[in-house]
Structure formats: structure tokens, C-alpha cells
Design a protein around this ligand. Structure first.
Ligand code: DC
Length: 225
């Protein structure tokens, strides 16, 4: 049987650049599967929390992985993440899970553990995959590589408004400071640091409205379809 030709789109970028919103909308418009790889790291983080394991302790996390199964499934076009057979799609979004995900994502054996899951999805499905190292490590042969970014101030402002809507009292200054700290950690970590691939197209959304960011990404993908 002839091998199915799949289209792989990699979207990387810093937190708050709007990757997931843009990637999700573009995938819907183009009939592609949207894969949020951050959810995989978050599920591993949740497992560490549940087992009261220090998410920075590489040795303990490595041991934990022996009894960890993380799967992504799509129901009606929406991604769900499963931890040892249980749907944890909501639980992975808590602030504690974010922190644990960030910690475990800096451990090499965790990245290796999740590598095949990501590769297998991309091998079998035309998809838009978003993360930090998709173009550089996971899918270096993706037909489209996009690095979606925006200035720290603009990203902080977007996040600040989002948090306010959820009832948060955090100041803009605090949000900006934390965002800059995360940027620094993400791009300076030893393993798979956040950076564009040499052939990534940089899309700076600082001056763009959401619709324009989506149409820019959709048009870049259409050129390759
Ligand atoms: O995109 P997110 O905020 O849901 O990601 C959660 C954490 O996982 C974040 O701290 C960065 C990390 N991550 C990563 O290291 N590599 C990826 N491909 C995706 C996420």
C-alpha cells in the first residue's frame, strides 16, 4: 500500500505568544489535527504531584516514568490527555501543574520519554504541533516551521488581561517580571532550549490582532499544501 503523505507543521515560541489559540484556529480552518505538546509535559508533572515526587529530582522522576503512561486522543477534534488511562485534561491546567511541567520538561529522560509519542502522531497524521522544540528536535523535517513570538510587553499585557478576566489581582508589573523569568529559563536551559530552527519563519504578532495572526499562519501553511 502506498504510504500516506502527511503534512507536518511545527509552531514554536515563548509563552503568551498565542501559539495554542492560533494553532488551534489554523488547524480547524485547514482540517488538520492540532497537537498541544505542552499537555504531555503537564501530564508528567501532574503524575509527579500525585505521587508527591519532587518534580526537579531527575532520579525520582526517572523512576516514576516506569509506571507512567501518557496518551493523547482526539474527540470531536478536541485534544484530551490521558494519564494511566485517566482523562486529566482539566487537572493539567492548574498553576501547580504548570510549575511541575516546567520542572520536568528540563529533565532529559522526560523529553526522551515523550519523544516517540509526538513523533508517532506526526508520522500518521497531518497536524499542527505546538511546543518549544518541535522544529528543532521533534520534527526537524516538518514542511512548515513557524516561530510565533511577540514582545515581552505585549505578551505580558495579553496574559494580564486573561488573568484579570479570571479574577486575578496580579499587577501587570508582576506578570511581566514572571514572563521574563520564564523566557530566560526556557531559552537558557541546557536541553532543547527554546529557539527558532534555522529554517523557521519568524512571525511577530506584537502589532497583529488575533485574526491577522491566524490568517498569516494559515497562508504560510497553504503555500505548502
Ligand atoms: O505550552 P505549555 O505552557 O502548556 O507547556 C508546559 C511546559 O512544558 C512549559 O514549561 C514548557 C514545556 N514544554 C517543553 O519544554 N517542550 C514542549 N514541546 C512543550 C512544552
Amino acid at each position: 500500500m502506498a504510504k500516506k503523505k502527511v503534512l507536518n507543521v511545527a509552531i514554536d515560541g515563548p509563552g503568551g505568544a498565542g501559539k495554542s489559540t492560533v494553532a488551534k484556529a489554523a488547524a480547524k480552518e485547514l482540517g488538520l489535527i492540532y497537537v498541544d505538546t505542552g499537555a504531555l509535559y503537564r501530564a508528567v508533572g501532574v503524575n509527579a504531584l500525585r505521587n508527591k515526587i519532587d518534580s526537579k529530582d531527575a532520579k525520582a522522576v526517572k523512576k516514576m516514568l516506569k509506571d507512567t503512561l501518557v496518551e493523547l486522543k482526539h474527540k470531536d477534534g478536541v485534544q484530551h490527555v490521558f494519564l494511566n488511562g485517566e482523562d486529566v485534561s482539566d487537572e493539567i491546567r492548574t498553576p501547580d501543574a504548570s510549575m511541575a511541567a516546567s520542572n520536568v520538561s528540563a529533565i532529559q529522560c522526560v523529553r526522551d520519554f515523550l519523544f516517540d509519542t509526538q513523533r508517532d502522531i506526526a508520522k500518521n497524521n497531518s497536524c499542527i504541533m505546538d511546543g518549544r522544540d518541535i522544529a528543532t528536535v521533534v520534527l526537524p523535517d516538518a514542511q512548515v516551521k513557524i516561530f510565533l513570538t511577540a514582545s515581552a510587553e505585549v505578551r505580558a499585557q495579553r496574559r494580564f488581561l486573561e488573568l484579570q478576566q479570571k479574577g486575578s489581582k496580579d499587577s501587570y508589573k508582576k506578570v511581566l517580571k514572571e514572563l521574563k523569568e520564564r523566557d530566560y529559563n526556557d531559552s537558557h536551559r541546557e536541553i532543547a532550549p527554546l529557539k527558532p530552527a534555522e529554517d523557521s519563519i519568524i512571525v511577530d504578532t506584537s502589532e497583529m490582532k488575533l485574526e491577522e495572526s491566524i490568517s498569516t499562519v494559515v497562508n504560510l501553511i497553504k503555500e505548502k499544501m
